[in-house]
Design a protein around this ligand. Structure first.
Ligand SMILES: NC(=O)C1=CN([C@@H]2O[C@H](COP(=O)(O)OP(=O)(O)OC[C@H]3O[C@@H](n4cnc5c(N)ncnc54)[C@H](OP(=O)(O)O)[C@@H]3O)[C@@H](O)[C@H]2O)C=CC1
Ligand SMILES: Nc1nc(=O)c2c([nH]1)NC[C@@H]1CN(c3ccc(C(=O)N[C@@H](CCC(=O)O)C(=O)O)cc3)C=[N+]21
Ligand SMILES: [Mg+2]
Length: 303
């Protein structure tokens, strides 16, 4: 039987609707909408397209999104001073700096400079540390990295809230954006977790032992159908643009979808899987950050 296709687009729409309701209540109560600032440095067309999607989705959910576009030639110091101003701005509840930054910039210093309470990507070392030291339940004000949170959400939707316990989860990829925080979340969900990477020996054999397989590699359709355990749940994080015969291009994941669908119990498509849920989580994190800021200061309103 063909696998169930996990509908990330529909799940993202549900998440955004919930954010929209709460954002409206926040705005009524505080006279100020939750505010998100997305900073992009340089003019990579794919990155620009992503961030425009983020700010458009924000507006639809009642979040005041603003895109800050800086030239490729900006310096780390210039970006840091921009971040400091946003840290001090009471109308800014969430700050996201689109990665990767140009090679001449110090990305680590930039991520450290973002107020951890406004760090809607969850990449600040304080938030990373809080995630890795959390147990089975996450602190409710914790800003969790959006992509792995989205993957966990889709897994819970597919397997049920207790359906992950005891599963062997294999995560391919160990980046700070996806692989490592994904492993932390799966551990917290009582999975037995293996993290694979480019030096892992016999990756196909390891994958065949996975009840849950998360692919976050960045290599088009690398994971083949015969790497997948029959009945496994497959989460494909990869976003790869490949050329088509007619001179155009299309998006594919890190998993050979047509093969995997014959073996897996359930699988996320690309596009329409993890990507949209990632963006919904960003809006959710902005709302969480805004709500937490009012608990700290009593009021987020400018004075
Ligand atoms: N849908 C979404 O919302 C998002 C999608 N993405 C996509 O997910 C993918 C991964 O992103 P990201 O984590 O940032 O990428 P990185 O390039 O930072 O990390 C890739 C990881 O894959 C591992 N890897 C590379 N080649 C192999 C191989 N042949 N065998 C096993 N492991 C390998 C690397 O291993 P090593 O550490 O040894 O180098 C590394 O750990 C990309 O396609 C990206 O576009 C990313 C973020 C969000
Ligand atoms: N600081 C930072 N935070 C990020 O979260 C971050 C980042 N930098 N840099 C780049 C990656 C990538 N990423 C995606 C988000 C949504 C889609 C998405 O919505 N994809 C649609 C398709 C989009 C299209 O058609 O091009 C889908 O999969 O259906 C994709 C990729 C977030 N990232
Ligand atoms: Mg750098």
């Amino acid at each position: 039987m063909a696998a169930r296709i996990i509908d990330g687009k529909a799940e993202a729409a549900r998440l955004r609707a919930a954010v929209r309701d709460e954002a409206a209540a926040f705005t009524t109560r505080h006279g100020l909408a939750p505010g998100l600032r997305v900073i992009i440095v340089g003019d990579d067309p794919a990155s620009r397209a992503y961030v425009r999607t983020k700010t458009r989705m924000a507006a639809e959910a009642g979040i005041a999104g603003e895109l800050i576009e800086l030239p490729e030639t900006s310096t780390t110091v210039e970006l840091l001073s921009r971040i400091e101003r946003l840290n001090d701005d009471p109308a800014t509840h969430g700050i996201l700096v689109q990665l990767p930054l140009p090679a001449h910039m110090d990305a680590e210093a930039v991520l450290r400079a973002i107020d951890p309470g406004k760090d809607v990507d969850g990449f600040h070392p304080l938030n990373v540390g809080r995630l890795f030291s959390a147990g089975r339940s996450l602190p409710e004000d914790l800003l969790v990295p959006c992509t792995p949170w989205g993957c966990l959400h889709l897994l819970r939707t597919t397997l049920g809230s207790d359906g992950l316990a005891g599963c062997h989860a294999v995560v391919i990829g160990r980046s700070n954006i996806v692989g490592k925080p994904m492993a932390a979340l799966l551990l917290g969900a009582d999975c037995t977790v293996t993290v694979a990477h480019s030096r892992t020996r016999d990756l196909p054999e390891l994958c065949r032992r996975a009840d849950i397989l998360v692919a976050a590699i960045g290599r088009a359709e690398m994971v083949r159908g015969d790497w997948i355990k029959p009945g496994a749940v497959v989460i494909d994080v990869g976003i790869n643009r490949v050329a088509t015969g007619d001179g155009g291009s299309r998006l594919v994941g890190d998993v050979a979808f047509a093969e995997a669908i014959r073996v897996a119990d359930a699988i996320t498509p690309v596009p329409g899987g993890v990507g949209p849920v990632t963006v919904a989580c960003l809006l959710r994190n902005t709302l969480i950050a805004a709500q937490a800021s009012t608990r700290r200061t009593g009021s987020p309103a400018p004075r």
